[in-house]
Design a protein around this ligand. Structure first.
Ligand SMILES: Nc1ncnc2c1ncn2[C@@H]1O[C@H](COP(=O)(O)OP(=O)(O)OP(=O)(O)O)[C@@H](O)[C@H]1O
Ligand SMILES: [Mg+2]
Length: 518
């Protein structure tokens, strides 16, 4: 079905499984739906199964949002503890739509546990406590990470059967611009491994060269680490080393270290490519934000420029395990890791211009499909190696895919048959059935999954407001529109008066004033 039809179905309030090939615009469409809900002040939680995937929508992992974390089961005691957390209570109270992207990598058991948490907080035995659930992903891509045995997709969870899911299968293609790469991906999706290999051999893509530095995708963390250290060694600049600080029970510290993506010994140099591995909305980064070290401050802390051009001084963060409100163990580290190379798992959901991909140690179905489908065209690929598993997809998915397509066809016919006034009426009814979220940023933050920070800023807004009642008040949409309009008017006028291009005025202003403010 088309994106437009899928958006119409989403707005009706059904539980949805939004699926379709890589590049069909699943994440793009989720963002549209999120905008629509936010525009009407409705509480929507934006999450994904991995940190990087969540960054494509400015969200967080569903594990962190729901309070599940790394737990593999939930005891009565665990649930009670979660229910005591007031920030989680507020978050669930104000959330009525839960979005989970890259659902293929979420375990069935995790989906069931999250459902249990939602039901407990909402005190409602309907699936996910009655919230609208929008799962998005493609089962041909990577399954959940599992050391032994077969991992189970969410479609095999207990709760899935009772969710009355509508299937929206997107069929457009917006990422791949090149027929050759599309044929290759279609061969893989249709289990035509021989044809896929032949096409790759004929394309001689191992000889491709690029004008930009390609992202390196590897299947294993050890290879990714080796490449990153190799790249760091190549930089001739002073190395700054940050050892992890640990405190508390040794065994619990070991568990923390295992779950934490920041290394025990973080070595950085100017120009190193890095990725943040924790959420900090106040500072403007989340788990998965990519950037580059552009220098070190007077305390030798790294200054990072993110891909979006934001400058952030990376200060140490802490990871703790608490029991009955008492911290049992704590580790402290700068929340960064090197990122010249990343694993194929972390790349799922990304768009890449150029990539060097090594699939010679693929260990699960879907790996080659995910890695290759990040690209726009075959000329952006340098393939370093493949193995027998690289282009395989899971047999169960081939079967399931036929059903999904049929169910989507049915949903598309239903929406096409619906009269426009009828559709608008039902969409309006659903929208109005959702409570309006108050507009303070604090409220929006807790829905987005931002944990309350332990420390307070150095200034006290309440105190300042006694003297200046309007200090730090939020900017309304209207005020921002006025500011933008006036500002662009000013640039236009300055360009005319000084007989220069608006771009030249803008860059001069950047030079004269602080860069971030222009
Ligand atoms: N309707 C559209 N108009 C313009 N650009 C679009 C549209 N839909 C998608 N795109 C662009 O196409 C690219 C791929 O879209 P997107 O990342 O949403 O695909 P996806 O289905 O989520 O893929 P994946 O399965 O890899 O996560 C993105 O750059 C996105 O901005
Ligand atoms: Mg996506």
């Amino acid at each position: 079905m088309t994106q437009e039809e899928a958006l119409d179905i989403l707005k009706l309030g059904h539980n949805i499984f939004l699926t379709g090939p890589p590049g069909s615009g699943k994440t793009f469409l989720l963002n549209k739906y999120i905008d629509y809900l936010r525009k009407h002040y409705k509480g929507v939680a934006v999450t994904a199964s991995t940190g990087i995937a969540a960054t494509h929508m400015n969200g967080v992992t569903v594990h962190s949002w729901s309070g599940l974390g790394l737990k593999e089961k939930l005891t009565e005691q665990d649930l009670k503890k979660l229910l005591k957390k007031s920030y989680l209570r507020k978050r669930f109270k104000d959330t009525n739509v839960l979005i989970i992207d890259e659902i293929s990598m979420l375990h069935a058991f995790q989906f069931d546990l999250i459902n249990q948490i939602c039901q407990a907080f909402k005190n409602n035995s309907e699936p996910f406590g009655g919230m609208q659930i929008v799962c998005s992903g493609d089962l041909f891509q990577l399954p959940p990470v599992q050391k032994e045995g077969e991992a189970r997709f969410v479609t095999k969870s207990e709760i899935w059967k009772s969710m009355d899911m509508k299937i929206c299968y997107l069929e457009e293609q917006h990422r791949q611009e090149d027929g050759e790469l599309l044929s290759l991906l279609n061969y893989i999706r249709n289990n035509a491994v021989k044809e896929a290999r032949e096409l790759l051999i004929a394309s001689a893509c191992e000889k491709n060269t690029f004008s930009i530095t390609p992202t390196k995708l590897y299947t294993h963390n050890v290879d990714v680490d080796a490449i990153n250290h190799f790249e760091l060694d190549k930089i001739e600049a002073q190395e700054f080393v940050y050892p992890m600080q640990t405190e508390g029970n040794k065994d619990i510290v070991a568990v923390l270290k295992k779950g934490c993506l920041a290394p025990e010994r973080l070595a950085l140099k100017q120009d190193a490519k890095v990725m943040f591995v924790k959420n900090n909305f106040d500072k403007g980064y989340v788990n998965g934000t990519l950037g580059k070290v552009i220098g070190f401050d007077e305390e030798n802390l790294p200054i990072i420029e993110t891909l979006r051009g934001k400058r952030i001084v990376a200060t140490p963060a802490s990871w703790t395990i608490e029991e009955d409100g008492v911290v049992k163990a704590e580790i402290n580290q700068i929340p960064l890791r090197l990122a010249w190379a990343i694993t194929v798992h972390k790349s799922q959901g990304m768009n890449l211009e150029a990539a060097e991909i090594d699939l010679s140690k693929s260990f699960v179905e879907g790996m080659g499909y995910v890695a290759l489908s990040r690209l726009r065209q075959l000329s952006g690929l340098k393939l370093m190696g493949i193995n027998d598993l690289s282009f395989l997809v899971k047999g169960e998915v081939l079967e399931l895919d036929k059903n999904l397509k049929q169910m989507s066809q049915k949903a598309a016919e239903e929406i096409r048959k619906m009269k426009i006034w009828q559709k608008k009426k039902r969409q309006g009814q659903f929208l109005h059935s959702l409570p309006r979220v108050r507009e303070s940023s604090e409220l929006k933050n807790h829905i987005r999954g931002i944990e309350p920070t332990k420390w307070r800023p150095a200034y006290n807004v309440e105190e300042i407001r006694k003297k200046y009642p309007k200090a730090y008040r939020e900017w309304s949409q209207e005020e921002e529109t006025i500011l933008r309009r006036e500002y662009s008017g000013f640039i236009k006028k300055a360009a005319e008066v000084l007989e220069r291009k608006p771009g030249a005025i803008r860059s001069r202003l950047k030079k004269l004033f602080h860069k971030e403010s222009i």
